[in-house]
Design a protein around this ligand. Structure first.
Ligand code: HEM
Length: 485
């Protein structure tokens, strides 16, 4: 603490007298735009300099935000977390729960084979495919949390449509309420009205749907119906946009990286059962699929940074940081830096495979026997013929990236898409299972491709593609189409 520099010297945008820094987000010009927080983070990274930290001070109604851009610092701060680490509740959520609907929430803080019918004559998915992914994620989390089907995948279900509309309204209004000047404290702005309407609708759905099955029903038995409803609400709010965004990005990454896609399809052809329900044991045999998801969440994490409110004065990256400041761990930046992930923009799921992964050995054996004997036992010839060229053309690049990655190792705090410690994502295992199932079935059945330019992304506050997700789905083998129920 004695040798630390004063907090005032930590770099960051200079606040104006009275207006602080909120005016930057209120004006919304880059790099201070709520929908382009990725660019905001890169700007702060530049201001922080090598291995340092940057801050955004004096935002209305907010403690100062501190951004340490170093995985070692991240590890150190996370590890000194108290028994109950504190992540500040977004002021607008606090307002809804603890002021506007206090009568309901009291003092409980809470936690926070349809594709075939969608393709057109050119086998392209519709421009609102992201909405379909939202529906899928909501249906899954609803079944898990509430123990009943919500009917989101049924086009005619008006309640389901209402739920989706509310989800969009909620997620688009939160960044506006949080980062722009909090005019909603003075009068009901449009974003505020959308936000409250969405939360009210969700609350009603959770109350109505709380059945005697599902995770929340178990909670209801122990802690009462109200706590269970609050938990259900939180799970629905955080478990839909996140998983849908992760699914969209992984499909895009694989569709635009034929080498990785072919390797995944080879793994699926060998290990995914098609004549019975897929179990968690089957998913355990798909390490390359898991690596594809990890690699996607490294390049395009759904949440760009995790926050903690520090409970005592601390030294961060050599600066004194006062108690009460919010530290934001910008893992999106670290996981895209050469220092932690060589060739960071290259999509190389192999960097996540361990030497002893079953299918890693299998693939090596396969390519050896292929080159030696010209045949590959147990592998489908047709798929290999297709993939031969792509596999060979870029094998060297992949090996080079993996070699460099092995040299630097994977820092356990450089890519944390689900957070860390006691407040990490409670839906991680569930989300991973959902993603694995959706992607395994889709890529096994279809050759997913992308015929448009590179996707651009916005923060809403999840990091999602802006353009319509018009993937093309070409069936890989006729007989596979009939095997799925
Ligand atoms: C790919 C999908 C998902 C991603 C990337 C994701 C990411 C995250 C992150 C980064 C956090 C903050 C962690 C921290 O501060 O250390 C979080 C918290 C949380 N997530 Fe997820 N999440 C996903 C899916 C889900 C799902 C499906 C659910 C529930 C069904 C869920 C429930 C939660 C809850 C309740 C919290 C708050 C935990 C707490 O405050 O203690 N998430 N998630």
């Amino acid at each position: 603490m004695n040798s630390a520099r004063c907090f005032a010297y930590m770099p960051g945008p200079k606040p104006l007298p009275l207006l602080g820094n909120s005016w930057r987000f209120a004006l919304g010009s880059k790099p201070w735009r709520t929908s382009a927080l990725d660019i905001t983070l890169w700007t702060l990274r530049m201001l922080a300099g090598d291995g340092g930290a940057a801050k955004v001070a004096k935002l209305f109604g907010h403690p100062d935000l501190v951004f340490p851009f170093c995985a070692d610092e991240t590890a150190r701060i996370y590890r000194r977390e108290d028994a109950m680490p504190y992540r500040a509740v977004a002021p607008c959520l606090k307002h809804y729960k603890q002021e506007l609907r206090k009568d309901f929430f009291g003092d409980e803080p809470g936690l926070i084979g349809i594709m075939e019918t969608l393709v057109d004559n050119d086998r392209e998915l519709p421009s609102d495919f992201l909405t379909e992914l939202y529906k899928w994620a909501l249906e899954s989390v609803g079944a898990w949390a509430l123990g009943s089907r919500l009917g989101c995948l049924n086009d005619n279900d008006t309640e389901a449509r209402e739920i989706i509309r509310c989800i969009h309204g909620f997620f688009h209004s939160v960044p506006v309420l949080e980062l722009s000047a909090p005019l909603w404290r003075l009068y009901a702005t449009t974003a505020y009205k959308t936000y409250v309407e969405a939360l009210d609708a969700f609350r009603m759905i959770c109350l109505k749907r709380l059945a005697d099955k599902g995770v929340c029903a178990d909670i209801a038995k122990i802690s009462g119906e109200k706590v269970a409803t609050i938990l259900a609400l939180d799970l629905l709010l955080v478990g839909v946009d996140t998983t849908a965004a992760a699914a969209a990005s992984t499909m895009y990454m694989l569709a635009t990286n034929p080498r990785a896609k072919k390797r995944l399809q080879k793994e699926l052809d060998s290990y995914l059962p098609t004549n019975r329900t897929v179990t968690s044991k089957d998913l355990n045999k798909l390490p390359y699929l898991r690596a594809c998801i990890k690699e996607t969440l490294r390049i395009k994490p759904v949440i760009l940074g995790n926050g903690r409110c520090i409970q005592s004065d601390a030294v961060i990256s050599g600066y004194e940081v006062p108690k009460g400041s919010h530290v934001v761990f910008p893992h999106y930046i670290m996981s895209n830096e050469e220092k932690y992930f060589p060739s960071p923009q290259e999509y190389v799921p192999e960097r996540w495979l361990r030497d002893n992964d079953v299918n890693q050995r299998e693939v090596i054996r396969c390519s050896v026997s292929r080159s030696r004997k010209g045949v590959v036992a147990g592998c489908e010839q047709e798929i290999l013929r297709d993939s031969e060229q792509v596999l060979h053309s870029s094998d060297d690049d992949v090996t080079a990236v993996c070699r460099k990655q092995k040299e630097v190792g994977i820092h356990p705090f450089a890519s944390l898409p689900f957070g860390f410690g006691r407040r990490m994502c409670i839906g991680k295992r569930f989300a991973e299972a959902e993603l694995q199932l959706l992607l395994a079935k889709t890529f096994h059945r279809y050759d997913v491709s992308w015929s448009y330019g590179a996707l651009t992304y916005s923060v809403t506050p999840t990091y999602v593609p802006n353009e319509p997700l018009k993937f093309t789905l070409t069936p890989r083998k006729k007989d596979r189409l009939h095997k799925y129920s």
